[in-house]
Write a protein that binds this ligand. Structure first.
Ligand code: NAP
Length: 289
């Protein structure tokens, strides 16, 4: 059985590692803050002191950190993955990062006789917990085929979209859509409340019609419970919208609705909600009243 390395034991990583452990894999783990890995260590994961040590001890190395700069550090840093002997190994980055970073990692991996896949995910903290994530993969067909059964341990939808970087481009397409569903969700709630409607009834009704969507289904109930915990951090959504707008700029595309969503999330960040979940967007209205 292949030994798995996993770097990044945050909201998403910890649940995904749980599925690997449940399936009896040996999992070598590393996280910037060790205390966030304690529960996993008690659950059977093996702590390693650096990304390079994880890579040295594993056949497949999975990363799920925060920002492209974290990805850079984990792969190219002084104690990074590329400092280890990774010949014949497979590197999989689940972080939502840039297509250019994915291409760079793929290039460096092939120089080390290894293969790399960019494989960002969608489905949120609950998707990770339930093992029902959607995984969007970029890279070579053969590496993809060899990793499919592993990725299926925590996903219910998996597809190869093209060469290195295509997974990240697909994730950006996903985030452009989510920008619209999140702004739609909060403006719908703000409107329905002002109109004196019963919000639970409205959510049920619009969810069954043409306005039904994932954001409504997953985040509307949290908003009604005043649960603004992440889920998906505001700071990470801003990171994603910045990448999406930068990439669209490179393609001479103008995406005004995505820009507007990013401006609203920037405002939310300035109000101190970086560490909250993206459903806290509603605070721009409900806190302002
Ligand atoms: P998170 O809770 O912040 O987890 C990221 C983890 O990576 C943290 O534990 C962090 O360590 C660790 N890390 C960061 N830089 C590191 C480094 N240089 N070396 C070692 N560990 C490092 O975030 P998350 O919600 O799991 O999200 C992770 C990624 O998935 C992000 O790119 C996000 O955009 C994406 N994503 C998230 C969701 C979601 O719903 N949450 C859904 C899809 C995609 P510390 O403990 O020191 O902070």
């Amino acid at each position: 059985m292949k030994k798995i390395g996993f770097i990044g034991t945050g909201v998403m990583g910890k649940s995904i590692i749980g599925h690997l452990l449940d399936n009896n894999y040996t999992v070598n783990i590393y996280n910037r803050t060790k205390s966030k890995a304690e529960t996993l260590i008690s659950g059977g994961a093996i702590w390693r002191d650096s990304p390079s040590e994880v890579a040295e001890e594993s056949d497949v190395i999975i990363t799920m950190v925060g920002y492209p700069s974290d990805v850079e550090e984990v792969y190219y840093g002084e104690l990074g993955i590329f400092k280890a002997d990774i010949s014949d190994k497979v590197l999989i980055d689940l972080t939502t990062s840039t297509p250019s970073m994915a291409k760079k990692i793929s290039q460096t991996a092939s120089e080390h006789n290894a293969r790399a896949l960019d494989a960002p995910v969608s489905g949120g903290d609950l998707g990770a917990k339930n093992g029902t994530l959607t995984v969007m993969v970029g890279g070579e067909q053969e590496a993809y085929e060899s990793m499919k059964s592993l990725l299926e341990l925590f996903s219910s939808s998996l597809m190869l979209h093209g060469p290195a970087g295509s997974g990240q481009h697909t994730k950006m397409a996903n985030q452009i859509m989510v920008a619209g569903t999140m702004t739609g969700l909060v403006e719908m709630l703000v409107y329905a409340e002002k109109a004196g409607l019963n919000l639970e009834k409205v959510i049920k009704t619009v969810g069954g019609g043409a306005a039904g969507n994932w954001s409504l289904e997953n985040y509307a109930p949290r908003i009604l419970k005043k649960d603004y915990s992440p889920g998906f951090f505001v700071k990470h959504f801003i990171k994603d919208l910045n990448i999406a707008l930068e990439e669209s700029g490179k393609m001479q595309l103008n995406l005004p609705a995505t820009k507007l969503a990013k401006n609203l999330y920037d405002q939310l960040s300035q109000d101190g909600y970086d560490e909250s979940g993206t459903q806290s967007l509603i605070k721009l209205w409900w806190d302002a009243e």
